[in-house]
Design a protein around this ligand. Sequence first.
Ligand SMILES: C[S@@+](CC[C@H](N)C(=O)[O-])C[C@H]1O[C@@H](n2cnc3c(N)ncnc32)[C@H](O)[C@@H]1O
Length: 358
Amino acid sequence: MGNINTFNFLFTDDRSVGLYDVSVGDIYHSKFGALTEAWEKFILPINFEKNFINKKELKVLDICYGIGYNTKALLKKLFQTDFNGQVKIDAIEYNNNLVLLSPFIIDGFQNSIPEISYVLCKNLINNIYQNKDTLTNLILNNYKFFAPFYKSLIKKYKYWGYSYNIEKQNNLFLHNIYYHCISKRFKSYQNAFKNKKYVLNPYFMDARKAIKLIDSCYDLIFLDAFTPTKLPTLWTLDFFKELYLISKDDSILVTYSNSAAVRHAMIDAGYYVGKIFDKMNRPSGTIASKNIKFIKNQLNDFDLGLIETNAGIYFRDINLCSTPEEIFYEYNLRKKSLNLESSSHYIKSNKNKRETVQ
Ligand SMILES: C[S@@+](CC[C@H](N)C(=O)[O-])C[C@H]1O[C@@H](n2cnc3c(N)ncnc32)[C@H](O)[C@@H]1O
C-alpha cells in the first residue's frame, strides 16, 4: 500500500484538478484532463441510456474513489437523463482525506452543476465535521486548487463551532451550499436534484477488506486503481473473483486498463471481456460483464493470443492481504517457471492479425 499522504495537487489540461502520488510514483488522473478522462473512460463506455436508464435502483461500486471524478461524472449523467430510480454508490478509498476534499476541489462541475458538490457534502457531512481541522489545513495549504465558494465556507465552518452545536453547524453548512446551488441552478436539473435520492456510502479502507464487508450486488463497478505494474494489489485474479461474486447478472465493470494480464484475470474470474475505444478509435480501457450482450467489442484472435504470452500472466493474492512486494515476488517466480512466449515476439509475428480499431 502506498503512503496515503504523499499526493500533490496539479491542474490538468481541461482545468480540473488532478493528483500525483509521490510514493507510488503514479498519476491519479490523465494530464489531458481528470474530468474528461472520467467521462470518456468510465461514463461513455457504459452506454447509460441503453443499459441502465430504466432501473428502479442503481447500485454502484466506485473502487478507488480518490477525489471522486468517476462518481461525479456519473452524477452528471444522472442529472442529464430522465433516470427516475434511486441511486446508491459505495465508494472505496483508503485515503479518507481525498474523499472528504472531493466536494470542494476545482473539478469543472462547480459552476455547471453545483448540485454535485451538495450531494457529496450531504452524504459526507459527519466525516467532514470530524476531520474539519485537517481539511481546513489541506485547503489553506493548497488554496488555488479549491473552489472559491467552498474555501470561504469551510473556513467559517471550522469556527462556527463556538456558537452552534454539531447538528446545527452541519445544517447551516449544508443550507449554505444548498442555496448556493439554487442560485446557480440550471433549470433542467431542478427535478433531478429535488426528487431523487442519492446515497453515497464511503468505505475508508483497503478495497480488499471492503469487498469482504459488502453484502450486496452491483449494477455498475468502476475500477480505477493505480497502474498494475506500479501497484498490483487490485488487479489480481483473486480480487476479480471477489468482484465477480458481487456483480449482478446484468452488470458492467469498467476500467481504464488495457493490460493483457488484467483481461486474462477477468476472463479466468468468469467475466466476458471486451475492449473500449475512445472517440479517436484508440483502445482506452476494458469492459467486463457476466452477460455477453454488454460487450460490444469482444477480444479478437490477436488479443486472445496476447493473453497467452508472458504479457498475459496475471498477479495473484490468494488471501487478499499480500503486500505489493509479495505479489511481485510470486509473479516473477511464476513468470520464470512458465517461460511463455514474449509478447514482443508474439506482436512481431502476428502483425497482420492486429486490429486496433473495430
Ligand atoms: C488512480 S487513483 C483514482 C482516482 C479517482 N478515481 C479519482 O477520481 O480521483 C487511485 C486511488 O486508489 C486509492 N487506492 C490505491 N490502492 C487502494 C486500495 N488497495 N484500497 C483502497 N484505495 C486504494 C488511492 O489512494 C488513489 O486515490
